[in-house]
Design a protein around this ligand. Sequence first.
Ligand SMILES: Cc1cc2nc3c(=O)[nH]c(=O)nc-3n(C[C@H](O)[C@H](O)[C@H](O)COP(=O)(O)O)c2cc1C
Length: 195
Amino acid sequence: MLNDGSSALSLLRTRRSAKPRALAEPGPDATQLRRIIEIAGRTPDHGKLTPWRFVHVRPEQRDAFADLLERAYRSDNADPGRLEIEAVHRFAHQAPTLVVALSCPVEGTKIPVWEQQLSCGAACMNLLLGAHALGFAAGLVTGWAAYSQDVLRGLGGSDGERVAGFIFIGTPAAELEERDRPEAADILSEWVPGG
Ligand SMILES: Cc1cc2nc3c(=O)[nH]c(=O)nc-3n(C[C@H](O)[C@H](O)[C@H](O)COP(=O)(O)O)c2cc1C
């Protein structure tokens, strides 16, 4: 169920991920995307280091993005099959909107890199919530491309940066199915002092 924007609680209780390949038009327009990114920017960030940033791969750039992925895949996999290359191109063309989240921890500060990476994950989560709040669905995926140095470089990433996820945004072609969620009792315990 998509959020109708009327209730923050309903927003938080209804967000779920979409499979990128199941996302169709429309995606957010430029103004909506900016709002989503602003929401992502409202993320806890110890030391105010902004250890994350986002790269928008515009719709007309998807062919070039697919070529980048194909080159990277070929350099990691000798003699790939036609189906593998087709899968790479399908990945690159999923969903109307693609934003790549980059983790950019700042070295040499007193804030541990671990905390900066946690902040990046939280920023991605806020981005997903922002997309949901504006009536879209989104999905964050990684896969081999998130760990490829060639892909990182091709996206403009530099030393010390990492792809945190490919975030695809659009409108689900069919209603999203819910999945099992952990029970609060299974993930919350009461502290036992000295226990
Ligand atoms: C860091 C990270 C990477 C992920 N990578 C993938 C992935 O490559 N493929 C995939 O199908 N799901 C991946 N997921 C899971 C989906 O993003 C999503 O969490 C899952 O489909 C459940 O959806 P939910 O948000 O409704 O719980 C990843 C999740 C995280 C946090």
